[in-house]
Design a protein around this ligand. Sequence first.
Ligand SMILES: Nc1ncnc2c1ncn2[C@@H]1O[C@H](COP(=O)(O)OP(=O)(O)OP(=O)(O)O)[C@@H](O)[C@H]1O
Length: 357
Amino acid sequence: MASITLDKLAHSYSANPKTDADFALKEIDYQWEDGGAYALLGPSGCGKTTLLNIISGLLVPSKGHIKFDGQDVTHLQPEERNIAQVFQFPVIYDTMTVRQNLAFPLINRRVPQDEITQRVNDMIEVLDLSDKADRRARGLTADEKQKISLGRGLVRYDVNAILFDEPLTVIDPHMKWQLRTKLKDLHRQLGHTMIYVTHDQTEALTFADKVVVMYEGEVVQIGTPEELFNEPAHTFVGYFIGSPGMNVIPCEINGKTANVGNIQIELPAGYKTTSAKTELGVRPEFVSLSSDKNGLPVQIDAVENIGRFKIVRANLQGHSINALLKENEEVPADPTLSFETARINVYENSHLVRAGA
Ligand SMILES: Nc1ncnc2c1ncn2[C@@H]1O[C@H](COP(=O)(O)OP(=O)(O)OP(=O)(O)O)[C@@H](O)[C@H]1O
């Protein structure tokens, strides 16, 4: 296991990058802790694979350095980095049995036979493959084959890090949650540094201690699931995480008040902003509807029942705002809307502004 330092790292696929937009990965400067579980989360094309390939050694970054436990590995080949990788699709030997597939990475590294037997048996048990252990991989389902792939990554104890690239893509939906939970347990048991690439927020939030949210080549926030929920550092994080995502409402900031059209909204504190683009961010969980005459008058555009909750889409001065109501809560006849003041965030040019700043 190792800590991973991303030292002023950036990458452009263009030979002569001129502007920020030419970088598939904009500068990142951060240290990932030894034994940490990190998820790289973001939409297609945001730069996740680029960053993962720099860590694995498939790509040499245009700028900066990558270090494992302080040692510069920027120019080392993947096989010199002592990392394990699990890809989207199973990478296994069809003609080998489950047991032989799991033993293979250990035989390659000349691990003593009794240790191989012990580790392989442990892994078979952990992955619930005991009844298939001596069957050839060829006849197994896609789910089972991908479990073997995961096992091949996890069976080595001596790796600097294990990299997972969307590993649950081929897994049946009902199996996904089981494997997600299993991976989390394995991380707790084995303590490897793990990096998990996904565009699925549920996978990222259940797996990771820290989620690295990427948007247009930029790491916009690295935080715990709670931090991403409570204080999204960028409007994109608020929108991307949560279901539905955070409401983002253009406004003018005036000290402790935000003006949205001709209405005024009280803020949790005073804010100083200088740019023309300011917005409020409020999660649907902190928007309520009532008949209170002191609330903000809204029209209701749609109500969607999603089981334990209802999503109500309200229109406030031309802005669409989602509120989350419990299944037994009714939408009042003449509804007014209110925000939980303490849960309002303020954004300037899409970035979170601290109170008083
Ligand atoms: N070999 C390449 N040459 C040129 N541009 C590339 C190359 N690989 C990726 N890109 C570009 O770099 C940007 C980031 O791509 P990357 O594959 O890292 O994103 P991603 O978040 O992993 O996307 P996905 O989830 O679809 O795999 C994209 O704009 C992509 O088109």
